[in-house]
Design a protein around this ligand. Structure first.
Ligand code: SIN
Length: 280
């Protein structure tokens, strides 16, 4: 197995591995690569739905999406489809997956089934680097803040994806998380921020009061030097750590179809930093 970093910050491409016949030591190497690089991609994996689900289960239990239904026959897989010429899209804003649940998905896996001839890449950014680059004063304040996160059932998906929304008339239930999240496996700190379509405000503050600071964090967090870009081919499997990264699906392939099969892996409730580490 070979691991080739794809940027100075995060991301690696892995070759020399067959995910349908993975040895125990190869899985351990993939796990380490996920923790080291945040996102890994492996081309040439023509997995069946059952093989994709079996590979996902090696990482943990599958996280059922609370608001979207999966494929008929394989409900573990959410099909992300954008038809040629469709103006709407799924995931085309910076976010971490399922931050609107009390225990957000630990990781997300996409298997590319149909890709445009060019474009349709996914961008990632490193929330560890974003936290580390803050001043001590901002870290002290950030460690005391909690965010209120609510799923947007409405506007950000295609017609076909919209048909998959469960109980569209029912309000989504918000989830509260620390702004600075401690990674449960590495112990590192991540600035756990999302676009304001999901991360609406800080706890005990209004949306208007929260927005300028949320905007600052989002701009800070998406500095180009913290990012990488994953390019998809049919059969590329990408896997990323939602506890460390945000991502954005680029919408730059009008006139072409793109189909991805997504599985999310269950996470644990978020843990913040003890504010007494930063006396006022
Ligand atoms: C997602 O936001 O999970 C989907 C990303 C993509 O389609 O590239």
């Amino acid at each position: 197995m070979e691991i080739q970093p794809i940027s100075g910050a995060i991301g690696a491409e892995i070759t020399g591995v067959d995910l349908a016949a993975l040895e125990v030591d190869e899985f351990a190497a993939l796990h380490k690569a996920l923790l080291d690089y945040g996102v890994i991609s492996i081309h040439g994996q023509a997995l069946t739905a059952d093989q994709q689900i079996a590979f996902a289960r090696r990482w943990g239990d599958i996280h059922a999406h609370p608001y979207l239904s999966g494929l008929d026959g394989n409900p573990e897989i959410i099909e992300i489809v954008k038809e040629a010429g469709e103006p709407n899209r799924f995931g085309a804003h910076w976010h971490t997956d399922q931050v609107f649940t009390p225990a957000p998905a630990m990781a997300t896996m996409l298997l590319a089934r149909e890709v445009p001839p060019v474009g349709g890449d996914t961008l990632f950014t490193d929330l560890y680097a974003a936290y580390d680059a803050l001043s001590d004063g901002m870290k002290r304040m950030a460690c005391r803040l909690r965010t209120v996160n609510t799923y947007d059932k409405g506007t950000t998906r295609s017609k076909r994806m919209g048909a998959k929304v469960l109980e569209p008339e029912k309000e989504a239930v918000p989830a509260v998380h620390p702004l600075v999240r401690v990674h449960p496996e590495t112990g590192k700190r991540a600035l756990y921020i999302n676009d304001t379509r999901i991360m609406r405000r800080f706890e005990d503050m209004t949306e208007a009061e929260s927005k300028p600071l949320l905007d600052f964090f989002l701009t800070h967090e998406t500095r180009p030097e913290f990012t990488c870009r994953v390019r998809w081919q049919v059969g590329t499997l990408g896997l990323w750590d939602n506890r460390r990264l945000m991502h954005l699906a680029l919408d730059d392939y009008q006139g072409h179809r793109r189909v991805m099969h997504r599985i999310t892996i269950k996470g644990t409730p978020t843990i913040g930093v003890d504010p007494s580490e930063f006396p006022t």
